[in-house]
Structures are given as structure tokens and as C-alpha cells.
Design a binder for this molecule. Sequence first.
Ligand code: FAD
Length: 434
Amino acid sequence: MNIAILGAGVGGMAAAYDLVRAGHNVTIFEAADNVGGLAAGFKEPHWDWSVEKFYHHWFASDKDMLGLIAELGWSEKVLFPRPYTVIYWDSKFYPFDHIYTNIPLFLLKHFPLLDVVRYGMAGAYLRFSPWWKPLEKVTADAWTRRWFGKRVYDLQWKPLLNSKFGERNAEQVNMAWLWARLHSRTTKLGTFVGGFQAFCDAFAGRLREMGVTIRLSTGVAGIIQGPEETLSLATPSGPETFDQCLATTSPALLARLAPGLPADYLQGLLSLRSMGAVVVVLALKHQLSEEGYYWHNLPKSAGFPFLALVEHTNFMKPEFFGGDHIVYVGDYLEPDHEYFSLSQEEILKRYLPSLTRFNPKFTPEWIRKTWLFRTTYAQPVPLVNHSHNIPAIPTPIPGLYFASMSQVYPWDRGTNYAVEIGRRAAKLMLGGNL
Ligand SMILES: Cc1cc2nc3c(=O)[nH]c(=O)nc-3n(C[C@H](O)[C@H](O)[C@H](O)COP(=O)(O)OP(=O)(O)OC[C@H]3O[C@@H](n4cnc5c(N)ncnc54)[C@H](O)[C@@H]3O)c2cc1C
């Protein structure tokens, strides 16, 4: 078959890998001028490693991603250092890198014993119970308030839900989303030698060697049904015909590209909610968190203008980046938020004054360079009973398939699940049953 894939992100490339191995002609159309999609990175001339545009790491439990890397023969290029994650409470940062010892110890110091007992019980239930289905019937807000208690809810879960999903969605997200995070994530965090872009480039290189054509800077503008069960793609060089097509775009974009989809499938795509992300990357002359903290979880209620500050070079050595200290400050925001239209200077004006809260010595002279990255599709929002709203991978148009972050539920989006759904889509396209 001649198969087209829209998107050279991790999901599209994972699907291409299985489809070309099954003996088909695979062409990937990628609108950007590089592969990697949301996991892509960039590099300054004096850096040896690339930096992801949006902070990225793997969890030790990311078995689909780590399994694919093992198949490709690159496992020795995966690094798992031990960075520190901290949470802000009562004007201080507390390292929470080990959830099962540090959090109870912290709680014991500041809260009644009852909170520690409840934390242990509710935490253990979420970690070990495999039953997520009943949890999607209730909101994470109600469940955590009830089972962890109001104090722990106020400290940990309310700020997380608010920051991740915004005020409009925070109280509507279902508990299966939180179950999936606690159930599957590890405190060990990993990356690839050279950064995620190095992995994506190597993967694209391997696919090309295997015969996959990757057409960069080639956005597809439409997908329509052609004669004899074929699909016609509107490409910059005119209509091109394929037997099958896998789209890995956002649901809203697929709805625009394929308006011929039946009304109920289109309606399903358009009813899915998601959050965007705005991230500023700073190259600093000095280390910001001298305690060596990597990931700072920040409650908006404490007056921080962003949700997370991530000092990448407290995870990977500054030597990989020509001695620059790389810091991300970022937030998840509604796609119509003003930060999607403000200039980089205007956003920096709002973000930079807070940096002295991480190091009082910080001054704007520390900044060597800044970058701004934005995407309106960053984080799907799973509402109550969300499993009923997941679009099927085979769409009602014969030969047209769809695999996106919005369909990996109950798991939270991530490159691991992009690999999983990309390969699942390839299996379906090859006529396999799941
Ligand atoms: C802020 C942020 C932080 C994250 N942190 C992590 C993390 O720590 N760890 C982790 O594993 N994951 C993380 N993720 C999630 C991860 O990046 C995604 O789950 C994954 O990259 C999705 O891959 P994908 O292939 O499904 O989609 P995408 O990466 O979105 O790929 C889709 C591709 O389609 C292309 N495209 C769009 N329209 C067209 C068109 N018309 N024609 C052709 N091509 C088109 C796009 O340019 C893009 O390259 C994060 C994401 C964000 C936004």
C-alpha cells in the first residue's frame, strides 16, 4: 500500500516504523522544518546538546518508549539521573523527590497525624489499584478533597489541578487522570544523550534508511475521499493519492482537514477540550537554584505568574550547553489566553520579576538569551466519563486513521503514549485486531 502519515512527531514516526517493516510505501508529511513535533528541541551553535522547546523527560515506567529505543539498539543512550523536584509551601521549597517518604515526613512535621495516615492510604490505593474506570465517574477535585482531606488537597492537589487545567476545567477533570499519573509515573527521570531532538533525528534517520520518505515543511491542507477507496491529500505540490492515511494532528485540526467526516465523528473531535502551553526558555550565565533543584511546582495562589520553573541544567550538566544554565518557565493556559498573542518582551516583563524568589541574587544581566514557545494544543482535558468520548482510531472514512494525544486516555499524554498509540494505529492499518 501507499500510506501517508501526517506529522513527524513521535507518534507518526512510531507508526511509520511498523508500517515500513510490514513492506508498505510510507510517506510522512511534516508541516514544520524539523521532525519531533511537540518533543522537538533546538540548539545554539556553542551547545553540544539540544534543549526541548517544551521541557521533556521520560519516566522509568515508560515501557513503550524505552522498548522502542531498545528495539532500535540505543538503550545505552538513555540516561536516568536523579533530579530534585520541589513543592512550594509557606514561602519555602521542599524537595519531594521521593513521594513515599518525603511527603509523609513533611506532612508529619506540619500537619496532624491523621493527614499522614490518609495520605498513605489514599496514595497506596491510587498507586496499586488497577481499577481506573470507577474513578472516571468522579472529579479529581471531589475525590482528593474527600480521601486526602482538605489540608492535603489545598497543599497539593488543588494547585496541581488549577495550574494544569485552569479555573474553567480544574473542578471538572476526572479522577482517572490523576490515578494514571500516580499509578504509572516514577521519581526517576530520563533523557537521551544529546536531548530529545537527537533521539527524533536518529529515529528519522533510521526510518529514511528503511525507505520512509519524510517531507519536511510540507503541510497537508485537506484530506478527501478519492475514487476506489483511495484518499486524496491536498499537498503543496497538488493532490496526491494514497491507499491509507494516518493523521497525528490535534482533533480540531483533523476536523478542519477532513470536513467530509460524518457529523457525529466531527462533533466528537470538536467537543474535546485541551489546554495550550506557553514556555519561555532562558539561557543564564549563572545557576538559578543553587540548591540544585530541577523541577519547581508552583501554586498560583502564592503569586507566581507561571506553574513550573524547571532548571534543565540541574538535570543535565551545563557543560553540554556551552556553560549556559538553561531554565524553563511555563504555564498551561486556555488557548484563547492573552499570552498567546502577547509579544515575547511583554511575557518576559511578567515572568522575570519572580526569578528573585528562586535566587535573590538574580538580575536581568544574568540572561544571555531567551526564547518563547507556544502551542494551543498541549494537554487534553479529560472530563467525567471521558472514556465515552474518545474518537476511534479508524475514522468512518475508509482508509483514514487518527492517533493523537487526546486518545491515549486514561494515560496522560507523553511521548511514551505517542509511541503506544502510533504502533496501535499501525497494527489496525495492517488489518490486525487489538
Ligand atoms: C509543555 C509540554 C510538556 C511535555 N512534557 C513531556 C514530558 O516531559 N515527557 C513526555 O514524554 N512527553 C511530554 N509532553 C508530551 C509529548 O510532547 C507529546 O505527547 C508527544 O510529543 C506527542 O506526539 P505526537 O506525535 O502524538 O504529536 P505531535 O508531537 O504534536 O506531532 C504532530 C505533528 O504533526 C505536524 N502537523 C500538524 N499539522 C500538520 C499538517 N497539516 N500537515 C503535516 N504535518 C502536520 C506537527 O507539526 C507535528 O510535528 C509534553 C508536551 C508539552 C506540550
